[in-house]
Ligand binder design. Structure first.
Ligand code: GAL
Length: 350
């Protein structure tokens, strides 16, 4: 009965279309196959993802599964595609299925605190993956140095445009990272702003990191400034893509430096073409491997020793920060291509 009720809930919440793991496909036939709890010897990790609607998260999913499986663990993946209630529901399902540990990429930094609470009631530890869950007693946080991401963007653009009118296209306000990226940008730009060398003529968040919202912002920024804009910093490559589309329509693509982040293939191709200036490359395999190793150790109850901590509003959370890499047309070859993040053919031979 409980599972029939759960199925009805899942269908009404759109769960069955958004859930994508092979293991969790069992849920499509709950009447005949009730998910078994994890066996004692194999560690099962639940990977609760905000979305699979962006290129980078496919890499995260695949690399994390690969890394965890190479350590003998099993991974169940669920992606909520930007739906807060669904992400909580999916995490609850993973908890009910008896996973040993949860790894969460939160869509909403605050709303996902409920997941941590529920997991802890069930005796399950939670690792915050790439994005910080705020106001919850999470067990570990692993990410790239997100403030440094913004600093790298601003340093690259300011070296090309030391004076002028800047547009800042932010990420999703609900994502803690979006605030850190912005903080990093302003750490670098503020002295120039204070001197009057740089003016921020437009600054907006892009809901859900949607490129369409970034496109609209860029159009508004161009209109409001009679197209007199000297530089654009976008919080990631998807939003940079939206901004560049608006610049293209105004005949300005390639004329104005634009920064992004993630080393998405489309962005790296734009760098090769000259319509995007730089991106910030985050080798996702390192993040995935670090979290997989940590997950297996935490699930096995190992003591992690003394570590750095970050305050998430509720607790001092143990955290591990990885360094991001600034990439432009000059070092594309020795970074992204050398690592096999994208192939030379993908980037140049289209
Ligand atoms: C951030 C993440 C970025 C970017 C963005 C949109 O939290 O750190 O790499 O992908 O989300 O999904």
């Amino acid at each position: 009965m409980r599972y029939i009720f759960l199925l009805m809930l899942l269908v009404s919440a759109g769960f069955l279309t958004a859930c994508e793991s092979t293991e969790t496909m069992e849920l499509q036939h709950p009447a005949t196959k009730i998910p078994a709890p994890a066996s004692d010897d194999v560690i099962e990790i639940g990977f609760s993802m905000d979305t699979l609607e962006e290129e980078r998260w496919y890499k995260d999913r695949d690399l994390f599964k690969q890394a965890a499986e190479s350590l003998g663990a099993k991974v169940k993946v669920m992606a909520a595609n930007g739906n807060d209630a669904l992400q909580v529901l999916q995490a609850e399902t993973l908890i009910d299925q008896g996973v040993d540990l949860l790894v969460v990429v939160p869509h909403n930094a605050e709303a996902t605190a409920a997941i941590v609470h529920k997991a802890h009631l069930a005796g399950i530890k939670v690792i915050s993956y790439d994005r910080l869950i705020r106001n919850a007693d999470i067990d570990y946080y692993v990410s790239f140095d997100n403030e440094q991401v913004g600093e790298l963007q601003a340093e690259a653009i300011r070296s090309l445009v030391p004076k002028g009118k800047y547009v800042y296209i932010g990420g999703a306000e609900t994502d803690n990272n979006a605030h850190l990226f912005k903080q990093g940008v302003f750490n670098v730009l503020q002295p120039s702003i204070d001197r009057g060398d740089i003016t921020i003529v437009y600054d907006a968040w892009s809901k859900n990191w949607d490129p369409e919202n970034a496109y609209k912002h860029m159009k508004q920024a161009l209109e409001a400034n009679s197209a007199e804009i000297d530089a654009v910093i976008a919080a990631n490559d998807a939003t940079a893509g939206g901004a560049i589309k608006a610049l293209e329509e105004a005949g300005l693509a390639g004329e104005i430096p634009v920064a992004g982040q993630d080393a998405d293939l489309a962005a790296v191709q734009r760098i090769a073409d000259g319509t995007q200036t730089m991106t910030v490359y985050k080798p996702i395999s390192i993040l995935a491997e670090e979290v997989a190793e940590l997950a297996v150790k935490l699930a096995a109850g190992e003591d992690m020793g003394t570590v750095n901590t970050v305050n998430n509003g509720k607790a001092h959370v143990p955290f591990l920060l990885l360094p991001p890499i600034s990439v432009d047309a000059k070092n594309l070859e020795e970074t992204i291509i050398r690592d096999g993040f994208h192939t030379r053919e993908e980037v140049y031979e289209r």
